[in-house]
Design a binder for this molecule. Sequence first.
Ligand code: HEM
Length: 323
Amino acid sequence: MRALLLALLLACAGLTAQAQTAPAPLSDRDQSSAEELELQRTLQGGRIEGRITIPNQQAATLIQPAGREWRAFHNRTLAWVGGVAVVGMLALLAIFFFSRGRIRIEGGPSGQTIQRFNILERANHWMVASCFIILGLSGLNLTFGRHLLLPMVGPEAFTAVSQWGKYAHNFLSFPFALGLVVMFLLWVRDNIPNRRDITWFKMGGGFIGKGHPAAERFNAGQKVVFWITILGGGAVAASGYFLIFPFAATDIAGMQLSHIVHSLLAVLMIAAMLAHIYIGSLGMEGAIDAMSSGQVDVKWAKEHHSLWVEEEMGKTPAGAKHV
Ligand code: HEM
């Protein structure tokens, strides 16, 4: 009896194993629905949709092949572009700092200052800058955090950082966008490109070689920073709003495109802003005063914005004050 039971069990196990290794032939119905799916896939470029009766028509999509391309972009292309842009810029700045050193005021400061930016301009600059820095860091965490931060701080801390980072990323987009509008209104007049900018570029902006090219309130390099901030920041903000309000004004393809535009422009802007932050602080003696007290040394101003100083002095002969 025992031997019979054992033989039966072995026979059953053999049948199951057979069923697992050799797939059963498709029935006619299976065969025709597989063919129908294949036909749909070919006709719609691989996209497969069903029919549903619930209001959310997005749920009818079963397979959306562009999603795979988008995932490859997010996991590979973006990480590469972002990594090369940010690390590359940091390396360039380090090379520049160690080869050229800090750009000094020739012969030292004069002790006489002139008003460069008023309180509204400075407050707005710092609002845009602080929002940008938090938006940038929390954004970089979305791309690199899982690979860089998670192994360092562990899952609990990483979850908390990412959750608060995401809240900050969503809510700070509003003061950032408002700051861009105010910045545009305050500074657009002084940032219209003109012929003098070509000469400024030809002379390497005074960074390379000797002599400082004549410049108005903003030199050509600063005009580039201004337009990167306004146009780049504007496009990053606009594409970000498509992502904060999913499917409100676009479909899945639009969401994927918005994400690609948003993330690529953002990493390129972060790299560009690293150069701006360097020149505005460590890289150039006297520059940070313009955005802290608002008063810059007259010698600094004459070196970097000679035409603007002439104009200001002409407006108010007592415009420059002794400190
Ligand atoms: C810690 C970070 C930052 C520092 C130390 C800094 C410093 C400065 C300084 C000193 C100036 C005045 C330059 C002058 O007097 O000619 C300036 C101007 C400006 N900043 Fe910043 N900045 C920072 C972050 C940012 C960020 C993140 C943005 C944009 C998202 C930005 C956008 C601008 C623009 C558009 C101008 C006017 C054009 C120019 O001077 O380049 N800044 N910044």
